[in-house]
Design a protein around this ligand. Structure first.
Ligand SMILES: Cc1cc2nc3c(=O)[nH]c(=O)nc-3n(C[C@H](O)[C@H](O)[C@H](O)COP(=O)(O)O)c2cc1C
Length: 253
């Protein structure tokens, strides 16, 4: 181990229980400066990072409060303006561009999380914003009508109580493949099911009651993941409309 690996292995999400202590603005700036060091496709940094420190605004937008929130947005607007200024055009507003920019944006967000932890600041990555009507998010953040999409938020702060055990992970053997994809067999699937059932492994979300569901993953699939329901279909439709309105989802002409 070295200090970088120590930091990475100490990562944990604080699920909303942040105390009132404010992260100094210089520290937030250091975290953002580090986050933009992440790799980015074609050196175009197709994201913008909006820093929030208003608790009410955070609560409204993401459903959590912390010292600060970094809203990582996919952003092609800046590039379009640059192109326009030079009399050129830039049109990557399609699903390929969106996926690529989402990778840039996510890498920057995760780098912020690592930088924060190395400075003793905890975090929560959340997509809570996507549970809100898109118009509300756009209005609150004064986002341009198209070409910007708030992808993910990183909340920064200090935990209220520091006794939360770290969440586990699947054994690396279950996620690593050598050379080609290896289909997990029934024995391996059963190992994973058992691993999730083991409370000492801390793999799951911690809300499963074995009296109601035989296995954690049964609770997960049947209760936690809302399987196709009218309400869910509506959410997917609204999300797809949001992407379309932002110009990222190509409508067939
Ligand atoms: C895309 C994404 C969205 C997430 N959204 C939430 C959220 O809304 N609320 C929450 O408490 N945790 C959220 N998390 C955190 C995960 O629950 C957490 O990373 C996972 O349970 C593993 O725990 P750990 O980060 O403490 O190891 C999110 C993580 C990711 C990557």
């Amino acid at each position: 181990m070295n200090t970088v690996l120590d930091t990475v292995h100490s990562l944990r999400s604080i699920h909303g229980r942040f105390c009132d202590r404010r992260v100094p603005d210089e520290t937030v700036r250091t975290i953002v400066d580090a986050s933009v060091r992440a790799a980015n496709a074609s050196a175009r940094q197709s994201y913008s990072i909006i820093v929030l420190d208003d608790h009410d605004q955070m609560q409204t937008l993401v459903g959590y409060q912390a010292s600060h929130a970094l809203v990582f947005c996919v952003d092609f607007h800046r590039l379009s303006l640059l192109a326009e200024r030079l009399g050129c055009s830039f049109d990557e507003n399609n699903i390929i561009g969106f996926v690529t920019a989402s990778i840039d944006t996510s890498l920057a967000a995760q780098t912020a999380v690592i930088a924060a932890r190395s400075l003793g600041v905890d975090s929560l990555i959340t997509n809570g914003m996507h549970r809100n009507p898109p118009e509300l998010v756009h209005q609150e953040l004064n986002l341009p009508t198209t070409s910007v999409f708030p992808l993910i938020t990183v909340l920064l702060g200090y935990p209220l109580d520091d006794d939360q055990p770290p969440r586990g992970r699947l054994r690396t053997e279950h996620v690593i493949h050598q050379g080609t994809y290896r289909e997990p067999d029934a024995a391996e699937l059963d190992q994973i099911i058992t691993a999730y059932d083991d409370p000492t492994g801390g793999l799951g979300l911690g809300q499963w009651d074995p009296r109601d569901f035989e296995h954690y993953l049964k609770w997960f699939f049947q209760r936690w993941c809302s399987s196709p329901s009218p309400q869910n279909t509506e959410r997917v439709r609204a999300f797809q409309k949001y992407l379309t309105d932002s110009g990222f989802w190509w409508k067939e002409q």
